[in-house]
Structures are given as C-alpha cells and as structure tokens.
Design a protein around this ligand. Sequence first.
Ligand code: AMP
Length: 617
Amino acid sequence: MSSENKDTIKGTAIGIDLGTTNSLAAVVRNGRPQALAGEHGVIVPSVILLKEGKLEIGVPAREAMVENSEHTIYSVKRLMGKAASDFDSDRDNLPFEVASDTRGLASVKIDGRIYSPVELSAAILKKVKEQAEKKLGANVDRAVITVPAYFDDAQRQATRDAGKIAGLEVLRTINEPTAASLAYGMDKLDRGIIVVYDLGGGTFDISILRLENGIFEVLSTAGDTRLGGDDFDMEIVNLILNKAEKLGARPDQKSSRMRALLRREAERAKMELSDTDHATITIPVDSVDYKITITRKEFEALLTPWVERTMGLCRRAMDDAKLTTEDINEVILVGGSTRVPFVREKVEKLFRKTPHCDLGPDEAVAMGAAVQADILTGGRDDLLLLDVTPLSLGIEVMGGVMNPLIRRNAKIPAMAKEVFTTYVEGQTSVAVRVYQGERELVADNRSLGSFDLTGIEPQPAGSPRIEVSFVLDADGILRVSALDMKSGKKHDITVRPSYGLNKDEVSQMVRDSFVHARDDIEKRLFIELSQEAKTVINATEKALELISEFKPGEKEDILEAVEELETALGGSNSRELREKLDDLNDATADLAARMVNSNFGEFLKDKSIDDAKKYVN
Ligand code: AMP
C-alpha cells in the first residue's frame, strides 16, 4: 500500500472483542462490518508467554504453552479490575499465581515479578491492533472494546486503561451481547427482547436485552465462568482414554506432552464432529499408532449434562427478567462452542426460535464493536452525534407544563436534580413523563418515555419529596430516575434523546419555540395561576364550613369572589385570573387575620406555589 493511501485511512477506528480465550478486531468497510483475520487464522489467542524477559502473544504463545506452562498466562480477563482478595477461595482454579499489587488489586506473579492484568491485556490489545494495522495497511488509533454485560465500573475502567496503554483511544466499552445484537442489525428493530447465548472455550454467558428507542438495556444475565468448550474437550479426552484402554493402550498421562497431545486431538475431533457424524484420532503409545473413532452420538451423550446446565442458567435469566419463552423475539448465538449442532438444537428447542448464527459465532461481537466504532466516528449519518444537547430535557409537572432539568445547549455529559411533590392527598404513585423541547407545554414537545414511581407512603398532599435526577452521559444517553426520599423507593428509565431526530427537526423545534414564545408563556402562566386559584378556593371553602361568625356581608363578598374566580378559571386570560385571585385574597384577608391564632390558621396560609416544590402528576 502506498504511503498516500496509508494517509487517507490513517487513524482508523476498529472494534475489538477482548475475549477470555481469543481476541479479534473488526472494521466497517463500505458500510459492512468485517473481521480482520490474522496470519494464523482469524483470531489472536488471549495467551501470553513471558520468558527470559521476552514477551510472546497469541498463536506463538499458545503453541509454546505445553513446554512453558509455568511462564504462560491465559484467561487474564478474569482478573481485570478485581481485588486480590476476590480470589482468596478460588486460587486453585486459576492457571497462574494470583498476587496482590500495592493497591490490593489482583495481579499475576511469574518468576518473582508481578504483572497487572491491565498491562497483560494491553499486550493482547497491542497485538490485535498490530494485526489489524497489517491487514488494513493503515494506522489504527481508536477502538470500541467489548466487555461482558456483568462487568462493573472497575472492570470497565481497567479495560479502558488497557486500551490506552496499547496506544488506543478507547471510544467506548460496550457490552458483548449488545455488540452481537448490533452486528445482526437488531438496533434497526423498533423494539424487542433479545437473548444472547454465548458459549466460548471456558465460559458461558446468557444475557437478556430489551431494545427500545435504539437503546439496549440489559434485563438479566447469568453464566458460569467455568463452563465451555474446554469441558467438551476433556470429555473427549476421557472417552479416548477409555477406548484406548480397551485396545490395550495406556498413554502416559503424567507426561505433559501426552496430555497436551490428547487435548489438541480431542479439540480437533470435536470440531470435526460439528460437520461429520464421526471423527478418528490417532495416538502414539509405545511406538504404536492407535486409531480411535468417536461418533457424534457418543459425543452428544457426553455433552448433555453440560448443555443442560446452560439451559438451567437460561431459565434462571428468564425468571430474573420475569419473562417466559413467549416474550423472546430474537436469539443470537455467540462463542465458538455454539458451532456444535447439538448446542444449537437445544437452544432452538428451549426458546422455540431459530437462532441467528450466520455471521460466525466467533466474529459477531467484534463486528458489532466495529459497527459502534463506525457510528461514533461519524461513519453512519443516520444518527445525531453531538457534544451539546440540542434540545432541553425535562419532565411534565402538574397541568401539562414542561419543567426542564437539562437546558438546551448544555454540555454533554450533564447532570441535574430537582425535588418534586404530590398534589393529591394520600397519593401513592407519581408519573414521571420525560420530554424534550423548548415549548412551555409538554403537549408541544417530544415525548421520550415515562414511568410510574409506585409505593410512595400515603401522606398529605405536598409532603412527599420525590427527587428526580437526569444524567445525560457522554454518549448522549439519558437516565432519568425518581426517588421517594422517605421510603427509598426508586425507579428509572434510559432513553436516547437523539434517537430518530435529525438536524432539521431540531432546528424546526427551536424555531417553533421562538414563534410561539408569547402564547406559550401566557398558557403556562394561566396553568400555574389556575393551580394556585384552585388551592385558594379549596382552602376558602373549608374555612367557610368551619367558621360560623362573619362580619355583615363578609360571607356574601367571599362567595361572590369565589364565583368570579371560578368563572375566570373557565377562561384563558391570565391577567383576569390574577385579578380575581387577588380579589378573593382581599375578601378573605380579614377572616384570615382572625383565624391566624386559631386552630384553623393553616387553611388560609399563602398557598402560592413554592418554586422549590413543584407538583408531579
Ligand atoms: P471462543 O472462546 O468463543 O473463541 O470459543 C472457543 C471455543 O470454541 C473452543 O473451545 C473451541 O474448541 C470451540 N470451537 C471452535 N470452533 C468449533 C467447532 N467448529 N465446533 C466445535 N467447537 C468449536
């Protein structure tokens, strides 16, 4: 490739599936994601060989593993962002010695030196990056890296740090099941429930996602960090040994060379059995080559308990998400071990859906990450990507009024909080309706979603304190949550305000807000005054019921003022409403003064709406 050509594609953004067993990069070219195959096939085994100060990564490290088992590191992803103490009861099951670094984080100890999982992962990412650059003939400097859906913030941060050390700007980390869904174009569906069944070499993960408004939400996950193709290989190794014994052969199982050979042959046979109904293995014992045949039927019988275990975890994930198989719209298969036909059949039977697997189960996650990288770097213009929010974001308050929390042109990320209250006695739930736009009334704005916060303790109107928070993250995703500060009950939703919105619509919405500004403000004022007027009428009527002594003509004047205020409420003129409200306040002023020291004083207290205490519906 010429240097000129190199320049034009300099700074390519790729997607990387940083896996426990294997890692892979992909890129979007001409609108289509493609995996970046390396010289040794498609993938980079996530294996590192550390010997005599030298570092080997990928295929050479895996090939040298048998001879150098004590210098080889694999499955380092398991340590990412974890404390050393997390492995106190689990050290025996890890293929290396876990040590604690100075901050108590889990690290790997080899030859007396401590290596952090971040630097080891960085070495793998660097290899993946180099392989991608070789394949593309271009410099790669940005990436979207995938992480398991269950990764916490520390684990995600560790992954981002690893990317940085590898010389990559990490555009984002995204969930592996979300990436798989993106690869299959699920984001183009309106909505749906998607199951991602991921069975790799050493781990099994099931994730249930809900897609709505272009946003994937993880409803539940389940899995087993020690269940995968390696177990299938071990079952075949045991079968080979049984069959060999019947032929009078006793392979030396103490020899690490023999163990490695058995494992390699078992894996080869397993892969062959994905396409054929039998596979033959040759093992040399005492200078004799023994040929052993394994049928697919035999293999499937050995697989049954393992696959059943994954089925149990799928059921658990569905229970956790409170879903049944009827609710599932799409099933995606990820991970090399889903190439086994028996696994596919079982998944299909459980979910009663033909699973998606045509992209190649080892490649879908990387391809989805590439799609995300392409979106983030502007490759896809069907999405609005901005660093300020183009329209205000808020909730509906009583009377259909828009209450913005994050204002138009606020820098992203942005955060805002406000406390609201109820206006009905004993109200036990509130509706939080989220809108976007510049108009004063929500009816003229764009609805983004809504939810109910239930379980509020019944209290007098105006007493509950409902804290509503808006968090708009760097990716333009808005999380709205409502918290009842007394009971601690909380509910939230996530929306993408830019979804389905183009630049012209944004401009139109802003223009409309200028054109209708005067009208809108008048309407809003009228609604707010109406609320105040209703509260005052209500309080006056209660006072009239309780008081028996009036000055001459006082009660008649009050009743007349109430009537006139009610008539004004039926209109739409805020000035008139203000006047009539003032008239009623004047008519009741003397009565209020007399009541101040009585037990009834509360009723005629100023009921105007306190700005810090707005009413939600
Ligand atoms: P992954 O962790 O997703 O890279 O998956 C690796 C696992 O997939 C290993 O256990 C492989 O032996 C297994 N695998 C890869 N290809 C096949 C195949 N054609 N049939 C059965 N298992 C496979």
